[in-house]
Design a protein around this ligand. Structure first.
Ligand code: GTP
Ligand code: MG
Length: 204
């Protein structure tokens, strides 16, 4: 898919105030600093579109970006940033979970995990919560450029093995780097295919 236009539309803390109308929507979630905003900039080819930072906790709201005037990418706040106060973490968790459960247009949630790390409890539990709630999701491994190809492949394989201890089958898996643009075609192609399907809840 070719991304011709990508523009910021609105930021919200309440999913009910997100853009009206039934357009396909793809949200990006994961721990703080995993690379959500960078991945969105890489996919759209617009460096400053989503705000990135070396300091975790940059994205605090639900951010809508309209792509090719037809579908949305959504940048979500990260979860699990330990240095935030408990009340701030709870508030952000509320924003995220209400959005995920309430936003009918959300066609797929991309759950990002840092390819260098061992499977983290917080991510595995989050995915279990998605499964329990029937939320369609895929896993996106980030920052593959930060290690050798062999190390990256081993990490991804180990992660999948861990998932298969609890899941019967794996969700779609993508391997990416916002630095060298790895995984861009695969992700955009996947979105392009899903854009052809009716939006759940909009069929009569
Ligand atoms: P929050 O909004 O704080 O939850 O973080 P985020 O998940 O949006 O992460 P962000 O995109 O802001 O990136 C965090 C840091 O990781 C930044 O310093 C990025 O430059 C860096 N980064 C993100 N993706 C990659 C990648 O693929 N490769 C490399 N080398 N660095 C990356
Ligand atoms: Mg961010």
């Amino acid at each position: 898919m070719i991304v011709n236009t990508a523009r910021f539309i609105i930021s919200n803390s309440d999913y009910k105030k997100c853009p009206a109308g039934m357009r396909h929507e793809y949200a990006f979630i994961g721990r703080s600093n995993v690379g959500k905003s960078s991945l969105i900039n890489m996919l759209t080819g617009k460096k400053g579109l989503a705000m990135t930072s070396a300091t975790p906790g940059k994205t605090m709201l639900i951010n809508h970006f309209l792509i090719n005037d037809s579908w949305y990418i959504v940048d979500l706040p990260g979860y699990g940033y330990a240095r935030r106060s408990k009340s701030d973490r709870d508030r952000l968790e509320g924003i995220i979970k209400n959005y995920i459960l309430g936003r009918e247009q959300m066609t797929n949630l991309f759950v990002l995990v840092d390819s260098r790390h061992e499977p983290q409890k917080i991510d595995l539990e989050f995915m279990e919560w998605l499964g329990e709630n029937g939320v369609p999701f895929s896993i996106v491994f980030t920052k593959l450029d930060k290690q050798s190809q062999t190390a990256g492949e081993r990490k991804v394989a180990e992660y999948c093995a861990k998932l298969l201890e609890t899941w019967e089958e794996l969700p779609p898996i993508f391997q990416t780097s916002s630095e060298d643009k790895r995984g861009r075609e695969a992700l955009l192609g996947y979105i392009e295919e899903m854009n052809k399907l009716p939006i759940l809840g909009s069929e009569q």
